[in-house]
Design a protein. Structure first.
Length: 138
């Protein structure tokens, strides 16, 4: 590795930025692969992939934050996983676009279901992530 005593704050910021960007690329690639798989498996009429990644992201971010806080993870690791990987993995903009598309084409019930499942499911997934993290820490 390198001697951290020789690293300047600018070097540390740039290293952190690079790691966050790399993790974001991995999250984006993962989201794309899940979207492909769910569309092939369940059909493209309903945004199963977006719901999956958003609910999984709610679960994971809650768990990661709790574990990172208790275990004292380095800030760069926590930021790479949350801002980087999960930032690339989850997507509000896709959720919004898919919901508007369904509503505009008259599928108001499906659009409403998408909103409810995403919002309520995201909250529940976040609670479950926190409970799972705490169970792992005990």
């Amino acid at each position: 590795m390198w001697d951290r005593g020789l690293q300047t704050p600018v070097d540390e910021d740039m290293t952190r930025l690079l790691l966050i960007c790399l993790a974001g690329a991995a999250g984006t690639g993962s989201r794309y692969l899940i979207a492909l798989w769910t569309a092939r498996r369940f059909g493209p009429a309903f945004p199963y992939g977006t719901i999956f990644v958003n609910l999984a992201g709610c679960f994971l971010i809650a768990g990661i934050i709790d574990v990172a806080t208790v275990k004292g993870w380095p800030e760069t690791a926590r930021l790479a996983l949350t801002i980087g990987f999960l930032g690339g993995f989850t997507t509000y903009s896709s959720f919004n676009q898919e919901t508007m598309r369904m509503a505009a084409t008259g599928a108001v019930t499906a659009a409403s279901l998408n909103v409810v499942v995403t919002l309520v499911g995201g909250f529940i997934a976040g609670l479950c992530g926190r409970v799972a993290a705490r169970a792992l820490l005990d």
